[in-house]
Design a protein. Structure first.
Length: 300
């Protein structure tokens, strides 16, 4: 089945809009932690309520959620929180499109983590496609106003935030796929809904405790920013559900590789919405990532 392809594209679209909103919030209203919390606080109630309504209407009950399921959910949820904070902080270092591109290092890292943790295999052509995408990161790692060899720029703050978010998003993607696989032979959409509900509930609790202890007053600011923040929650809900659904259907590395279409969307957002300038180097880097998507499609 190729259902995972349009579902992955939908996930990337939702995610682009959500990051746009988080960039706005982090620039004028909230800290990176607050902007991250907004996506969970305004989506968790809707997600859990929707799942409950579905179970009641179909006469089904929740399956047994074993310790392995909760371990995967907790690891994935924590990694995603930290990864999102890194990306929001990165937006203050580089423009929107390049920030999203750095995040896309998650693709090759997801392939490696998936192979080690779940035994998910990637074909030789699939690896070739992923490596083409990685080469784009090397092109984009150089800050425009700094001179020197490319490898010297992999340690600047923007690069470290981007690469760090990629590692963390890789662990979250593989963990979510691992959690959904613990639910046996349930239909893919239900597995996605149950896994998503468990994860966002944990994430909301984690962030509530963190902000209460470390960022006094930030929870109140998230509430005051609700006119924008609620849309962060809604787009997060749509994107997360589509990612989780795709993970139940296909290898997480392939899902994330196709999700690089997000780069095209982020480029449009960067130029048309944020009025940011894109350099020739950045266009070349994003072009390489587009080529990696084409190579992936041909490899499948």
């Amino acid at each position: 089945m190729l259902t995972w392809i349009p579902v992955s594209i939908a996930a990337a679209t939702f995610q682009t809009v959500r990051f746009m909103l988080q960039k706005v919030l982090s620039s004028v209203t909230l800290s990176p932690g607050g902007a991250t919390f907004a996506r969970f606080a305004y989506s968790a109630p809707i997600i859990v309520t929707t799942l409950a309504a579905y179970l009641v209407s179909t006469g089904q009950s929740l399956p047994e959620l074993n310790a392995r399921f909760w371990a995967f959910a907790a690891i994935g949820g924590t990694a995603q929180i930290l990864a999102t904070v890194c990306v929001v902080a990165l937006f203050k270092q580089r423009n929107f499109a390049v920030g999203i591109t750095f995040k896309k290092t998650e693709v090759i890292q997801t392939a490696i983590v998936g192979l080690i943790v779940l035994g998910d295999d990637v074909s030789p052509w699939g690896w070739a496609a992923i490596l083409i995408g990685l080469s784009a990161v090397l092109v984009l790692s150089k800050t425009p106003d700094v001179k020197g060899a490319w490898w010297q720029h992999l340690t600047n703050k923007a690069s470290l935030l981007g690469l760090g978010s990629g590692v963390l998003f890789a662990f979250s993607a593989v963990s979510y796929r691992g959690a959904s696989l613990q639910l046996g032979d349930l239909e893919p959409m239900l597995r996605a809904g149950i896994t998503l509900s468990a994860v966002v509930t944990l994430q909301t609790l984690f962030m509530l405790v963190w902000l209460a202890l470390r960022e006094k007053g930030e929870i109140t600011r998230v509430w005051r920013a609700r006119r924008v923040a609620v849309w962060v929650g809604l787009t997060s809900m749509g994107g997360s559900f589509c990612w989780f659904w795709a993970f139940t259907l296909q290898n997480a590395a392939y899902v994330k590789a196709l999700g690089q279409i997000e780069l095209v969307l982020s480029l449009l957002a960067s130029v048309l919405f944020f009025k940011e300038k894109i350099s020739a180097r950045e266009i070349i880097g994003m072009g390489l990532l587009g080529l990696s998507i084409l190579a992936l499609v041909l490899a499948l």
